[in-house]
Design a protein around this ligand. Structure first.
Ligand code: SF4
Length: 215
């Protein structure tokens, strides 16, 4: 079967991913297995941005695989979308870890790691994709894309302007939802579905608005 031709954006994203693969620019390069650049549809108007890869992502080189990724896929489906309808990436492209009682665990990326990685790779990804809507998954992404000291409990689900996209909003990170139990789990899962639906609808709305390049 003939290979489908890549769109111009997909080709440029692929080139950036090749350039990023050996990136040595911050300390996370020492412990990573793979740079996790991004996945999905480079031509989508909707970009989802999480905080950083975990163990499964580090092993496979794909964002949001493992339990959190499975939950994200379920919520996308319930919001009427598939992974191929959106572009998914993280603020930092290599897994941040810490050692606790002899075990290697995930940790949120530090400000210095974000400060190095974002201009090198995320800003270039956004400049190629030019999403009209960015949905930040978790506070580290919202701090980077929307504003510093983002308060997830108060500001989740609200629309903001961002220099990176016409519309930006923050939703709960699937890994956070997985740590909830009982009603809290069901409620936070539903919030993520609601935010994905709102982001999908906003992307549709933005299509009919005059085109503006903010970044
Ligand atoms: S986290 Fe980003 S800046 Fe640091 S090594 Fe990985 S790709 Fe390079």
């Amino acid at each position: 079967m003939a290979e489908e031709a890549l769109s111009e954006k997909a080709r440029r994203i692929q080139e950036l991913a090749v350039q990023a693969a050996p990136c040595p620019a911050c300390d996370l390069a020492q412990s990573r297995t793979k740079v996790v650049f991004g996945d999905g549809n480079a031509d989508s108007p909707l970009m989802l941005i999480g905080e950083g890869p975990g163990a499964n992502e580090d092993a496979t080189g794909l964002p949001f695989v493992g339990r959190a990724g499975k939950l994200l896929d379920e919520c996308l489906r319930e919001a009427g979308m598939l992974r191929k309808h959106v572009y998914i990436t993280n603020v930092v492209k290599c897994r941040p870890t810490l050692e606790e009682m002899g075990k290697i665990k995930n940790r949120p990326p530090r400000a210095d790691e974000i400060g190095v990685c974002v201009p090198l790779w995320l800003e270039k990804q956004i400049a190629v994709i030019q999403p009209s809507v960015i949905l930040c998954l978790g506070a580290p992404a919202a701090n980077t894309i929307i504003h510093r000291n983002f308060k997830m409990t108060q500001e989740r689900g609200q629309w903001f302007e961002s220099k990176y996209a016409r519309y930006a909003m923050a939703a709960l990170h699937p890994a956070y939802i997985l740590r909830q139990e009982g009603d809290a789990y069901a409620q936070s899962r539903q919030l993520l579905i609601d935010d994905l639906i709102a982001a999908r609808d906003k992307a549709k709305q933005a299509k009919s608005e005059p085109k503006m390049t903010l970044f």
